[in-house]
Write a protein that binds this ligand. Structure first.
Ligand code: CA
Length: 231
């Protein structure tokens, strides 16, 4: 089951960036760029978590947070506030209003996603997938333990992320650019050959002896993770 995230942010590039990155991580997102629309959106389809910008046209993030907390139907929805204000007083005010967490702009998107995941896990452990399994490979996202046929596999953080991304959508073909965006982030420039290097390393650690290679090279395009592989 995919957790549903409502992103409330009036800066369009940031809204698009967040939505893209959350979707790439397996979340289902909806977006609003105006505080006034949020209560209706939440009523129509209750999200599992709200990312809420502090400064919004119309109803401000902080007022919205207060209103959502005041109603019994929306009281329990976790909220992460985005704020440009780094002042200690403002942070305290944000949390006092009922936000579960806050991040100060500019922030790292992977960090925000990690916080969202941890809040969702606390609120509803079933909603966040804990173990990914494909073939004889298993990846525990909570303990970060990866095994193949029961044998432990040690991965670097980048290789872990790359494998996680591939295992989340078995069969799907990714271009090098899509993998770069998903694993290294969208806003930094890295040569596409970096992906090949890391795929090579990943194969080196997950495949032993005659074990079949679950990673498929799609010539001229990129890579995919085989849905079914013997082993
Ligand atoms: Ca704003």
């Amino acid at each position: 089951m995919n957790a549903r995230i409502l992103i409330v942010e009036d800066e369009e590039p940031l809204q698009v960036l967040l939505s893209y990155n959350f979707e790439a991580e397996g979340f289902v997102t909806r977006s609003a760029s105006n505080g006034d629309d949020v209560e209706v959106l939440v009523e129509e389809d209750r999200p599992d978590l709200i990312i809420l910008d502090w400064m919004l046209p119309g109803l401000s993030g902080i007022e919205l947070c207060r209103r959502l907390r005041a109603r019994s139907e929306t009281r329990d929805i976790p909220i992460i506030m985005l704020t440009a204000r780094g002042e200690e007083q403002e942070r305290i005010r944000g949390l006092a209003t009922g936000a579960d967490d806050y991040v100060v702009k500019p922030f790292s998107v992977p960090e925000l996603i990690a916080r969202a995941r941890s809040i969702l896990r606390r609120a509803n452990p079933e909603i966040v997938a804990e173990v990914l399994r494909v073939g004889d490979l298993a990846m525990d996202l909570r303990t970060r333990r990866v095994t193949r046929g029961g044998r432990d596999i040690n991965l670097s953080p980048t290789e872990f992320k790359l494998l996680e991304h591939l295992m989340r959508s078995p069969g799907r073909v990714y271009t090098r650019e899509q993998l770069l965006n998903a694993v290294w982030g969208r806003d930094i420039y890295i040569d596409e050959r970096t992906v090949d290097v890391h795929i090579g390393r990943l194969r080196g650690v997950i495949n032993r002896g005659r074990e079949p290679d679950p990673i498929r090279t799609v010539r001229g395009i990129g890579y995919a993770f085989n849905e079914r592989f013997a082993g």
